[in-house]
Design a protein around this ligand. Structure first.
Ligand SMILES: [Zn+2]
Length: 394
């Protein structure tokens, strides 16, 4: 039984008792989702099926470059740069190994797996030990120039998040996405890392080694975090409909700092067309009104109500505020704490905070750490119902 499966099995059996005896924990990170092919390059590049003896594709010498195409179920084509005849490999998965590996131009860890995904495409997965994985998450999710204790709080949150995610996805071929869908991971190639920041990130990860947040049943929590809570964190049941160990808390860092604010102006024609498309209403419908339907206890918008006239019918449609963000772009409507007002033919959206607002507020953690607060206290503020626990081995 592979170590990883064994580890997950043990952890599942003990209801993710954080004290469970563990082997080294491995994280399967989906680096990329591709439609049909990837371009890969590296020194000593090897491409093979999972059984070593089977169908190994080997480049001539030096830097190898290859295009790997998924042809069909269990069928791959490897086209080496400079070689006219492609090589066929039959396998469910493909393994790629090499030094200074790159996917396109992006540096990636030295060993990758290609998996067929449920569609016609392929998933590029890297298996990493938990602590090395965190080395790639930390500087991608929080500037390494921020105080050490903010980075340490971030390390504990990210470690908890990925372990819970791995448990939830134990039947899938990856544990965590490398994008904002889960948490951002960027492989830190030695040549590209700033030495001072790398040392600091390493310290934040090492000095919190094995530390996670657990609930009353000792289950690792999915420790969400966001850029700026706008002075009051959100209960996740208003974001994703899940009830967890979270509670909305007032951010004490707001005594010293002002939360981020933002404004976006949307032309009426764009508001109308995006809404009609999202609601699947005819193009000739007209938008009568758009207003905030209600707010959550933290003050954020719960839903937005649109009144649309289509033919002889008046549709009154309620949109969840997350859906509203998605329709107009998460990068433009940056949080759900906003107000709406029409200025002639433009809709002005004014907001506070950035992100979903659940769990740790990263800007708040920075500010509290700058005042000298330690990471354990910071975590207690943003995850008041969780307990810090140290895994035996990670
Ligand atoms: Zn905050």
């Amino acid at each position: 039984m592979p170590v990883r499966v064994l580890t997950l099995w043990i952890l599942a059996l003990s209801c993710w008792m954080a004290s469970a005896a563990q082997q080294s924990v491995e994280v399967r990170v989906r680096l990329r989702k591709a439609q049909r092919f990837i371009d890969v390059s590296g020194f000593a590049l090897r491409i093979s099926g999972p059984t070593h003896a089977m169908n190994i594709a080997i480049p001539p010498t030096g830097l190898g470059k290859a295009k790997i195409v998924r042809q069909g179920k269990g069928q791959w084509l490897v086209r080496w740069d400079g070689q006219s005849a492609p090589q066929k490999i039959e396998a469910d998965q493909l393994w790629i190994k090499g030094q200074m590996l790159r996917l396109g131009v992006e540096p990636v860890p030295y060993a990758l797996e290609l998996h067929e995904n449920s569609k016609q495409g392929l998933d590029v997965i890297a298996r990493l030990d938990l602590e090395s994985y965190l080395m790639g998450v930390l500087p991608a999710e929080m500037p390494a120039s921020w105080p050490l204790h903010a980075l340490k709080a971030q390390a504990v949150a990210a470690r908890s998040f990925v372990l819970r995610s791995a448990f939830e996805r134990r039947d899938q071929h990856f544990d965590v996405d490398s994008t904002i869908i889960d948490q951002v991971y960027k492989f830190l190639a030695d040549s590209e890392a700033h030495p001072e920041y790398k040392t600091k990130v390493l310290r934040a990860v090492r000095e919190t080694r094995g530390e996670v947040l657990v609930d009353a049943d000792r289950r690792t929590i999915k420790a969400f975090y966001s850029a700026d809570c706008g002075c009051q964190t959100e209960d996740p049941k208003y974001v994703w409909g899940v009830v967890d160990v979270y509670t909305s808390v007032k951010d004490p860092s707001c005594k010293q700092r002002r939360p981020m604010t933002w404004k976006v102006t949307l032309p009426r024609a764009e508001v109308r067309s995006r809404l009609l498309a999202a609601l699947a209403l005819p193009d000739n419908s007209s938008l009568r009104a758009l207003h905030i339907g209600g707010r959550t206890p933290s003050g954020r918008v719960a839903d937005v109500v649109a009144s649309v006239v289509s033919g002889d019918n008046l549709h009154r449609v309620t949109l969840n505020s997350q859906e509203f963000r998605r329709i107009f772009g998460f990068n433009r409507v940056r949080s759900t704490d906003f107000s709406l007002r029409w200025l002639g033919d433009e809709l002005e959206v004014n907001g506070t905070g950035v992100g979903h607002g659940v769990g740790m507020c990263q800007s708040g953690a920075r500010s509290l750490a700058e005042e000298g607060m330690r990471y354990r206290e910071i975590l207690k503020i943003y995850y008041p119902k969780a307990t810090l626990w140290t895994l035996k081995r990670t």
